[in-house]
Design a protein around this ligand. Sequence first.
Ligand code: SF4
Length: 290
Amino acid sequence: MQYEGTLYRPPSEARSLIIQVTIGCAHNRCTFCNMYREKKFRVREKEEIMRDLDECRAYYGPMVRRVFFADGDALVVKTELLLELLDYVHKNFPAVERIAAYGTAKDVLKKSEEDLKALAAAGLELIYLGAESGDDRVLEHIKKDVKAADIIAAGQKLKRCGLQTSVTLISGLGGRKGIRDHAIKSAELITGMNPEYASFLTLRLYEGTEMNEEVKRGDMELITPDEIVEEMELFLKNVDSPGTVFRTNHASNYVVLAGNLNEDIPRMLGELEEAKEEQRYRLEEWRRHI
Ligand code: SF4
C-alpha cells in the first residue's frame, strides 16, 4: 500500500492501521497549519480504499485491533460510503476494537443524528476534533470558519449519538494579547462539550504558513514557556468537565501533563508550578524537530 503525501495521525493512534479515506483536508485554510498544503482535497474511490484494506489483511492478518481513517477530516465523507467501509473493516479484521477518524465541527453538524447513530452502530467509535480554541476571536483570526458555539454543539451531538470525542486545543494560539481569553474560553468550550478526551498541543510555526508571516512582521507575538504555563493554569482553574481524560503529551508541549478532569486538576497545577520554578521545559531543539 502506498500512502499519498505526508501522513498525520493523533499520538494515540500510533499503533493503529491507518487507512487514507480522503486525501488532504477539505478546509485547508487554517493560518497556522501546513499539514495538507501540498494536497488537493479529494475523497478516494471506494475500490481504492477497499484494495488497501485487502492488502493490509493479506499482510497483517485478521488480528488488527485499531483502525484510523485519515486524512484531515474523514468524517466529511458521505455516510453511505463510511458505512460500507466500516463494514468492510469488520469483515477483514473481525477482532477490531476501535475505529476512529478526524472530523470537523462542520462535518458533525452537517450529518443528521440518524447518520451519526448509524456510524456509531457500525463501529465508528471516536472522532478527533481539532477545536484549537474556544475563543471566537482566535477562531476567526486563524480562519477556522467556525464559532465556539458550533464546536460545542458538535461535541454535544456526537455524545447524544453515541460517538466519543477527542478534542485538541493549541496553547499559545491567541498570542500574547489573547492569553486570558484563549485560556478561559477554551475552558468554557471543554466544559460545554464534556468530551471523553481533551488535549493541548503547543503552537509551533512552520515556514510558508500565514501565521508564520504574521509573527515575522511583528503583527502577532508568540508567548514564552512561562506564559504557556500561566495560560494552562488559567485553563485548568476554569474548566469543569468531570471524567475527561486530559493530556499535554504531544512533542510540541513544554510540560507534559496527564490526568483526569476534574479530579487531577490540583496535582496538575502543582506540576505546572514546579516546572515553572525549576524552568523544567522541553527544549526548543526538540520541538523544532516536530
Ligand atoms: S487545522 Fe485541521 S481543519 Fe485546519 S487546515 Fe489543518 S487539518 Fe484542516
